[in-house]
Design a protein around this ligand. Sequence first.
Ligand SMILES: *Cc1c(COP(=O)(O)O)cnc(C)c1O
Length: 360
Amino acid sequence: MIPVTQPFLPPKEDYEKKLELIWEKKWLTNNGYYVSNLEKMLESELNVPNLKYVTNGTLALQLAIKALDIQGDIITTPFSFVATTTSILWEKCKPVYVDIDPTTLCINPDKIESAITSNTVAILATHVFGIPCDVEKIEIIAKRHNLKVVYDGAHAFGVTYKGQSIFNYGDISTYSFHATKVFHTVEGGGITCISDELVTKVELLHSFGYFGEDFYLPGINAKATEFHAAMGLCNMKYIKQNLEKRKRISEQYNMMLPKEIQVIHIKENVGYNYAYYPVMFDSEDVLLRVISNLQTKEIQTRRYFYPSLNKLSYITENFDCPISESVSKRILCLPLYVDLDEYIVKEIADIIYSVIEGRN
Ligand SMILES: *Cc1c(COP(=O)(O)O)cnc(C)c1O
């Protein structure tokens, strides 16, 4: 079986060595030694002003909305993982979907303004597959209408735009360090805020609103553990080499697959992370045939993202997102992980050609 993704694991001895200090210190959670170390290392590696490491990427999104203290409508993308929407709903705000740009697959900034009403409080957009949103246009719109901007950067670890981290845009950006992501800590997430005031608030909120001897805010428990941070520190050692491997595999796909189904086109001013390898077909019918032909060879793929989030059963209002709905039906993520063999890429390409050319 070829999985669509496979978590990277560092040599077991690396992790075992890290465990020794945990046993020695007997400090397992609550801003421990490894948690602080990982935060500092990520801040310097990614060149972001601050990074609060938390339990997972979904709580990171919820904390971001909570810290901004907003209530009302949040303009968001229909083409993302479901957590982008559920975090809005959990914070008792309303998601308002704006269709995506057909080339970047991120929210279409030119369609945002017509969706803004007096209830709009923020924009929550996803750098989908690690492709940067049009952060500059979004910033102009947000300033003009006095809106907060949150970026779901779950796919965007290590991505740069114009030479700096994509996490330096917006008011808050969130990370996911889940096992399936480019950089992981088994489970985990992170938050980067541009303002110091927000950093302090996120710090408080992630740990019951508690500091010193006082309870300042109604917080939650989103604390990360020493065991998870230790995995992150082990994985950091291999991140450069892993990104290189992902790049190599993606370039092999680029070479072997028909140009017209390729989705990721990296702009000159973007440093990309090769987080996913999506392809898009002419119709859902072709997509389903590709999936089943790959399945017979025990090659797994994932319909990422399907359905378009505005079509979720619990979203009852109608939103006009024809591009997202069409893309969702036709897009497929192919296997991509550091240990994926080159001959599998070739096999996948052959199967896809055979379907497109009507031989299967
Ligand atoms: C993975 C993911 C999340 C959620 O992250 P978890 O760490 O799994 O909670 C949020 N948004 C997007 C776009 C994701 O892919």
